[in-house]
Design a protein around this ligand. Sequence first.
Ligand SMILES: C[S@@+](CC[C@H](N)C(=O)[O-])C[C@H]1O[C@@H](n2cnc3c(N)ncnc32)[C@H](O)[C@@H]1O
Length: 252
Amino acid sequence: MATTQSTGHLYLIGIGPGDPELMTCKAVRILKSTDVWAVPRAKSNGTSSALAIAGGLIDISGKTILELNFLMKKVYLGEETDAEQAGAWQASAARVLGHLNQGQDVAFPTLGDVGVYSTAFYLLSMIQEQQPHLPVTIIPGITAMSACAAGMKSPLALGNDILTVVPAAYDDQRLRSILVGTDAVVLMKVYKRMDALISLLTELDLVDNAILIERCGMAEERVYTDIRDTKGKKLHYFSTMLIRKKHYRENQ
Ligand SMILES: C[S@@+](CC[C@H](N)C(=O)[O-])C[C@H]1O[C@@H](n2cnc3c(N)ncnc32)[C@H](O)[C@@H]1O
């Protein structure tokens, strides 16, 4: 009698923002014990940051590493996905499914936390279209904004603060009202938008409340306490801006 092979288990694993010591014990345990890793990279000839971070702590010799070309184009939720981008995710999902359907477990390490602007969910959605009952576990990770705030010895939000997280790569008209209306703002994906952001923050008299952290927790980490100093500089994609209107010692 023919036996039906069960599928492997898919693990989506947040590995923190760069410092390998910020990986959780659970992330490390599962990454160590999973023989197939699927890692995202933006360009077909590029390197995977997730692989560099996790591979910096965990021995990957003997593991099968699937380097997935994710393209990383801008995604507008509710709108049709760019055909090239959708094709890249489909091709990646097919490679991962090839292993899962043979009963092999696959780990997908992703920067920071899985639930914060990670490509992991696009991959998951494509895989679930083919395998809706696939066993999946998501391991949360330390977000870049948490690590940046910790590095600055600052809270992200306190008391009745409202915190808003904004992907600043998008030319989003809501940014101005968010900056006016919320107490604390995290701007991610700022690296190509600095000049426009400096102008807007200056106009709103918030430029001195902003700090920029580039490559937090990495050897090349750089902190700009005056964000105007970034003018004319080519920042790394791993750059996050924190804006708080109140200092945490204000009510002492
Ligand atoms: C695609 S999002 C990934 C966010 C990630 N999933 C998280 O939980 O933090 C990429 C953005 O995260 C931020 N980022 C990631 N790693 C960072 C680091 N080491 N230092 C500063 N910002 C970082 C940057 O704003 C970057 O543009």
